[in-house]
Structure formats: structure tokens, C-alpha cells
Design a protein around this ligand. Sequence first.
Ligand code: XUL
Length: 515
Amino acid sequence: MFLGLDSSTQSLSALVIDPASGSIVREVSVNFGASLPSYQSPSGFIPGGKNGEVHADPRMWLDALDMALGKLAEDFDLSTIEAVACSGQQHGSVYLDHSFAQRLATLDPVQPLADQLSAALTRATAPIWMDTSTGVECAEIAAAAGGNAEVCRLSGSVAIERFTGPQIRRFYKQDPAAYERTAVIHLVSSFIGSVLAGKNIAIDHGDGAGMNLLNLQNLDWDESLLDATAPNLRAKLPAAAASPSIAGPISSYFTTKYGISSSCQVVLSTGDNPSSLVGMGATSPGTMVISLGTSDTFFAAMENPVTDPQGFGHVFGNPAGGFMSLICFRNGSLAREALRDALGLDWSAFDRQGLAATTPGSEGNLMLPFFGPEITPRRDFDGPVRKGSAEFEAAGNPPLQVRALLEGQFLNMRLHSQWIGEKATLIRLTGGASQNDGIAQLVADIFQAPVERFAIANGAGLGAALRAAHALGHDLTTLQAAFCKPAAGSRLEPDPATAAIYDRALGDYKALLSA
Ligand code: XUL
């Protein structure tokens, strides 16, 4: 049996897989807001942060780890677990002093983790990926490192607010004494992994690439980016290492407290997106994952670390080797819901029948689908742009508005994923809206690739468990064939008759965007 943990924004979940039967045998989850109300973080972060600050209390993650393992141990024999790996929300960082290593090595199973480790925190709270407070620091890092094009070439991303390097720089500027006292800076994933291993563990290339600090060519912390970020930073960072590395056996805290075997191995942690790449069975180039949520995300494996010349996309390490792209589109369901509400429609307008009232290409009408600020491409102002017939431009003809919005979203995604240089041979669609046949068919047609839907709710947690098994010698391809299966009857084929229509629409969309 193998255990995967996923410490995400709102919850910490644990999932056990049995490779022999190809099944998930146990799954538990601790919702931070509901189960740990004393942290007053209903959505997993401390509300009301000033100047774009979004932080979370790392003690909450530790309490959730104790709780999740406690829940699991209630009706499951954890001595059967051969290895554990963790996935964590990307970019968030935890700051610890010299006592952390000693505290980890001498954890008392009778006391909660949080009580024993909190005194090691040099920054009481951890900035997470939702934080947008570091605009100034991003500009400073880019300037010091020779411009954003250079930062992107080196690290796979331009200096960007939610990434860890700018967060570290802000801490150094705000509280230099506490920065000085900091002996080690962990990502959320490597923090939990270190607790499991009872020692500081390395940061893997998957999550490490989300810091604006990892050099993608040599897979080590980059000297010029370190210098641009904060003094003496290399000494405070764990080593960067390949994802399938074994960190060592699990800490005796967990063997005594939860009955995990002392031979259970801790595998390096990774970020939730690299972990989802594994859990969605998309670690080989050609298969693209599109996740439809509040924001939509696109990710896919890549052999070489090509970077986005426009600087919108990101490159992370692929836990199975090589690299992966990740592109976030802020106007996902955000825009779909805004249009639905503005027109007084319900979701049926977006399904196959609703879309059947109009034809592919929206009769030549086009929409830039930005109902709020967008990050891919960057647009600060709110409001979609409509171009076409007078009625359409006046926001009339609701069915056409719906189709034009969806086509705009996925043409925008196709346009802004061209830099990865791979044609999709298969798209794995996940997230709430993926169940909608109308939207799924439109994705298949715009990308001219078959679409499969997944029933898996927790791709990152499954990815963690698969990584644990892989690091202990199981073949990843065999594991993925057994675990990463599309829901029965969920596959849709692209309609070849729409290929030319969407090729032309893509050109028109690009022209409208430039205009
Ligand atoms: C990716 C990103 C989020 C977090 C939280 O760059 O910021 O997807 O990983 O899920």
C-alpha cells in the first residue's frame, strides 16, 4: 500500500492505493475551515490581509496532518504502507530557524506536531500562492537579474507575485532580523515532507521551479537569481533534487502514534500541479490536461524546458522526468458565471443542447472573454470585448453570447499554449464544468483532439500516492494505466468539419486581441 497526501489551499487529504488491485482503498480529508475553526481561516487562509497579502498559519497544516492520519488509522492498518509522498499547493513558503532540525529529530508522539514545531517559525505565517503583495519585489528581482526575459529564460517564468522568490525578498526587506535568523525556507510540500521524514528534505524540481530561483538548465538554484532575491539565500534553501528520490524512513513520531511501519519510506514531495500531471496520467508529451475551475488551467508534459516568449506561461519539473508547462487563465468559471448571471441563463445554455442553437464559429462573431482582470494575457480592466454584428456587439442573442464566450476562452487557451510546441493528441478534461458535454465537445473541436473526462476528484492526492509507489520500484506507466482511467463513456471525438472554422477563428481572435 502507498499513501499520498495533498496539502491544498482548503484541505489536507490522504489517499491510500493498492497497486496489486489497482484501487484506491482509503481516502480521508480534513477541511481547514470546518475542522480547525480556531485558525479562523474558513477558506484555508487568513482573511483580510492588507496590500494583497494572503497568508496561512503553518500550524494549521500540522494539525491537519495529525488529524488526517488519526482519521485514517481509525479503521485502517497503517503498518501496510510501504511509502508516502506529499503534494502541496505550490509557491507557499515556511520560514524556520536552526532549532527546526533538532525539533524534527526529537518529536514526542504524545504531543501534537504544531505545539512542538511552532517555536521554530521565524515568520509566524506563510505567504501562499494567492498573495499578490510582491509587485515591487518582482520588479526589483527582474531589474537585478537583467530583465524579465532573462528571469524567464533561467527559471521558466517571469518574476511573478505568487512565486516564492519575490515572497522571500519581501520578508527580507520587511524583517531583516527575522530573515537573518531563518535557517531554512521550505515550500508547503517540502515542509510537510520534512515533518514526515523527521529531518529537512530536499525540494523537488517540480515544485522548486515555482520559486523564480531554480535554473532549468542545470536544475540547481541559480546564482544570479539568488543574488537578485535576498542575501545568503543559498544557505537557507534545501538542495534541489529529482522528484522520485527517497528522503529516508518515516519519523518515529508517526510509527509510534499511528502504527506506520518504521520501514515506511518518505519520498520527496512535489507541487500540486506536477502531482496532478502524474495523477491524470499525463506525464508523457501529447496528452494535455485542462482543468476547468474558478480559473481554468492548462498543463502538459514537455521534453525540453522551452519557455513562453510572452512570459505568461510557466515551466515546472515533470515528476516523471523532463518538464511540464502550466498556464493559468483567471477568467474560467468566473467569466462563465458572470455571463450566465448577466443574461439570466442557467447552465443548460452551456450544454450540448443549448449550444446546438448556434453553429461553430459563432457566425463570425468574436468575444475576448475577460469579465475581470486576466493574467493570460495580462489585462487590467474588466469587461469582455465583442466584435461582430450590431446585435451581438450590443450583447443581444444570448445563445450566441454563450457560444462566443466559450469559443473565446478556448481559442485564447489554444493561442497561449502554442509556445509549448506540441500538438495535443489527447485532452484530459477535469474540474466542475468538464462534465458538461457541450463544453467538452467544443474543447475537442477547437483543439482538434479527443477529450476524455475523469471521475477523479483528487488528482494531486492520487499523483502523490502513485509517486510513492513509483519511487519504490513500481512502473509508472503500468500504475497510470490502472489508476488514471477516464470515466466510462466520457470520450468525445473532435468533428473534423470544424477544423478549418477554428483555424480561421484563431487568426481572427489573435488579430482582435492585438487590436
Ligand atoms: C500554480 C498555482 C496554483 C497553486 C495552488 O501556479 O499558483 O495552482 O499551485 O493550487
